[in-house]
Design a protein around this ligand. Structure first.
Ligand SMILES: CCCCCCCCCCCCCCCCCC(=O)SCCNC(=O)CCNC(=O)[C@H](O)C(C)(C)COP(=O)(O)OP(=O)(O)OC[C@H]1O[C@@H](n2cnc3c(N)ncnc32)[C@H](O)[C@@H]1OP(=O)(O)O
Ligand SMILES: Cc1cc2nc3c(=O)[nH]c(=O)nc-3n(C[C@H](O)[C@H](O)[C@H](O)COP(=O)(O)OP(=O)(O)OC[C@H]3O[C@@H](n4cnc5c(N)ncnc54)[C@H](O)[C@@H]3O)c2cc1C
Length: 615
């Protein structure tokens, strides 16, 4: 769409007091990354076949999938070319990598997301060197997915019922779904696309169960794509979002795979059925850990999209004067609107920084694990659980806040805010449900509180537990250091309260697990335990309002610095030129309900009733 940039946006950009490009480079972790990102953006976004004539909302469930899969294979081809050309495309230091461009191309989810994001990475992390050499071929026929969740079990994965029984006479595993609740349910790309998968199943050797292990299984013929004998596979139907993700179900009827299809980097089953244990029980859970870490950066990116849309719209939208004799103001001038939006911009930066820090920690811990040192794994797991849970829940609430901040127009699919919300809120559940993950972190904290309560030595990271017990916390200071101290006091106080409740339940004769369950609300809910006073809160509030006013002139600059192209933003409300009403009208004209001046339903259903009444 041609035409001038909206006048208000031009003025906002003139007001900006910082160098937008410099911030973009910081977000991308360096100018060279910005340049590379833009090259990839230009390359991919210029592929004409990736753009739709008809908005995808008007397609049927089946058409949406078919459209998405067409685009997915164009993108896959490009990814392969870029890899060959040695362009690093999956560098998570930059949330705005090629993976993010896909948000624009699909407006929903790439059906190959799990193939690219989880299938290959799990093989790379969990398969032996020989298996990797065989399976990670660039021209592989495998299109894979990660198959873990079942109809009956998602959170409690030790309860998974699919079995893999070793048959030493044929040197094979027999994969089997013993009952309906054991059907795999949810894996992305499984419904129609994948011909192979990584399956989590209970390993049985000579009648002994060794717990969950990962197996590579072919499920469809590579040539005809028909399900192999003994495989029942299909798609699970429409969802709140993720509607092009092709989520599926899968059952095995004594399906045989070679012994060498168990992922054997950390654990082995030998030809004679000997089981060689892993160095740490939970190494099999590694892919979940990695995805939880990556998700934090992805959520930062979703927040930057929502903030860009809502801030630009709020600069363009004028409604109500503040004083009755003045013209109507930009809605961005209302302090309550600033409060809704600026926190989203800030949170995006926070999760980006934390996501990067977690990514680097993950790299470090993985290198240690390679050297046989598992010492840092529990802390990384506890941090990843908590940060994934909190960032997904906060991001969903903030995206929804941005949507509401756009009033009625935020309810339009063409604003793209409903799709961003549906995508973001799914992350509260998948890859470990919110409460379940918080309870994992609580378990870790309570373990260290017990040490503190028993006056045993604590690692440096937990010294503040001891400070809390000795009442060594400083008086509240209204500064970043003071706020961090305050948070430490809250964590210590909350952990103590949960621990005390646990102890009380145990003293009353409860079993530990029951006592834990009874304390679980305390284990997940925060209270105020810091030394903050009423006066401090008032001072904090007024500082916050001062900051809103300081940020106001830079609001548009701050979201421009996220540097998200219109083709990726896909929003009538958030485009760079701010031509909101023109774009809305143009999108409305694409509605099939506007194709005929008089819809045929008038003749079929309306007229017979209205005309009869007239007679
Ligand atoms: C082009 C580029 C592409 C790039 C792609 C980038 C992708 C980014 C975006 C991704 C989009 C993703 C799309 C959707 C994907 C969804 C996929 C799924 O949901 S898949 C399905 C996801 N499903 C889920 O996430 C299921 C959630 N459930 C679970 O993970 C487990 O059931 C559990 C962890 C909750 C409990 O496990 P359980 O075995 O019952 O364990 P207990 O409680 O009995 O604790 C015993 C001890 O173990 C310890 N420990 C535990 N874990 C770990 C660990 N990892 N490590 C270390 N330690 C660990 C624990 O601390 C404790 O220690 P201690 O206190 O004794 O010392
Ligand atoms: C969009 C999407 C994509 C997905 N993709 C995949 C995929 O590719 N591969 C795959 O294998 N899976 C996938 N999943 C499945 C996903 O990982 C699970 O749905 C998720 O782990 C939650 O498990 P659940 O459904 O069993 O929830 P449940 O555990 O049944 O949760 C229901 C409620 O019970 C509560 N609860 C459960 N256990 C406890 C407890 N111990 N203590 C306190 N409260 C508890 C929860 O907090 C929640 O409130 C996907 C899911 C979605 C929504």
């Amino acid at each position: 769409m041609g035409g001038r940039v909206n006048e208000d946006l031009i003025k906002e950009r003139r007001k900006c007091t910082f160098d937008i490009k410099e911030l973009t480079h910081i977000i991308d972790c360096g100018e060279e990354n910005t340049i590379k990102r833009k090259q990839i953006d230009n390359y991919i976004l210029n592929i004409k076949e990736l753009w739709d004539d008809v908005p995808e909302e008007y397609l049927s469930h089946k058409e949406r999938y078919e459209n998405a899969i067409k685009k997915a294979f164009i993108v896959l081809k490009v990814l392969r070319q870029l890899h060959t050309g040695n362009i690093q495309i999956t560098d998570h230091r930059t949330p705005t990598n090629v993976y993010s461009i896909q948000d624009g191309i699909f407006r929903n989810v790439n059906p190959l997301l799990i193939h690219i994001g989880l299938f290959w990475s799990t093989i790379a992390a969990q398969a032996s060197t020989e298996q990797q050499a065989e399976w990670l071929q660039p021209d592989s026929s495998m299109i894979g997915t990660y198959v873990q969740t079942e109809l009956g079990h998602g959170s409690f994965i030790r309860g998974i019922e699919t079995t893999a029984t070793y048959d030493s006479t044929t040197d094979e595993f027999i994969l089997h779904t013993p009952r309906l609740s054991a059907y795999k349910w949810w894996p992305g790309g499984l419904g129609n696309t994948a011909n192979a998968c990584l399956v989590m199943a209970q390993l049985y050797i000579n009648g002994t169960c060794h717990g969950l292990h990962i197996f590579l299984a072919q499920i469809r013929d590579f040539d005809t794509h028909k399900p192999l004998p003994g495989i029942k596979v299909g798609e699970i139907g429409p969802k709140m979002g993720f509607n092009t993700a092709d989520n599926g179900f899968l059952g095995f009827d004594n399906h045989r795979i070679p012994r060498t299809n168990m992922l054997m980097k950390n654990v082995q089953v030998l030809r004679d059925g000997t089981y060689v244990k892993p160095k740490h029980d939970k190494l099999t859970y590694g892919s979940m850990l990695l995805t939880r870490v990556t998700l934090i950066s992805d959520l930062a990116y979703q927040l930057s999209k929502a903030a860009t849309i809502a801030v630009r719209y709020s600069a363009v939208r004028r409604q109500s004067p503040i004083k009755s004799n003045e013209p109507e103001r930009q809605i961005l001038d209302f302090v309550s609107q600033q409060h809704k939006l600026f926190i989203t911009i800030a949170s995006s930066h926070v999760y980006r920084v934390v996501g990067l820090w977690m990514w680097n920690s993950h790299k470090r811990v993985t290198a240690d694990i390679h050297e046989g040192n598992m010492g840092q794994l529990p802390e990384l797991h506890a941090l990843a659980c908590c940060l994934k849970a909190i960032s997904s829940r906060d991001a969903s609430a903030l995206v929804e806040q941005c949507r509401l901040a756009c009033g009625g127009h935020g309810y339009m699919m063409a604003s793209n805010l409903p799709q961003i919300y549906a995508y973001t809120t799914a992350a509260v559940t998948y890859e470990g449900e919110y409460t379940v993950l918080l309870l994992q972190t609580a378990r870790y904290l309570v373990k260290f509180w017990r040490l503190a309560a028993e006056h045993k030595p604590l690692p440096q990271n937990f010294a503040y537990f001891e400070d809390y017990i000795k009442k060594n916390f400083e008086q509240w200071r209204n500064s970043p250091e003071g706020i961090i101290e305050g948070f430490k006091a809250i964590v210590a106080g909350k952990t103590k309260a949960a621990y005390d409740t646990l102890q009380c339940n145990l003293r009353n004769g409860r079993e530990f697990e029951e006592a834990w369950n009874m304390a679980s609300v305390q284990l997940t809910n925060a209270s105020e335990y810091s030394t903050i006073s009423r006066n401090d809160i008032e001072a904090l509030q007024s500082r916050y309002e001062e900051l809103l006013a300081l940020i106001r002139p830079n609001a548009v600059g701050l979201v421009d610095a996220f540097d998200i192209r219109d083709e990726v933003l896909c929003s009538t409300l958030g485009a760079y030129d701010g031509r909101v009403y023109e774009r809305m009208m143009e999108e409305a004209s694409k509605s099939p309900l506007n194709e005929d001046v008089v819809n045929e339903s008038f003749h079929k259903y309306i007229r017979p009733v209205t005309m009869k009444n007239k007679l």
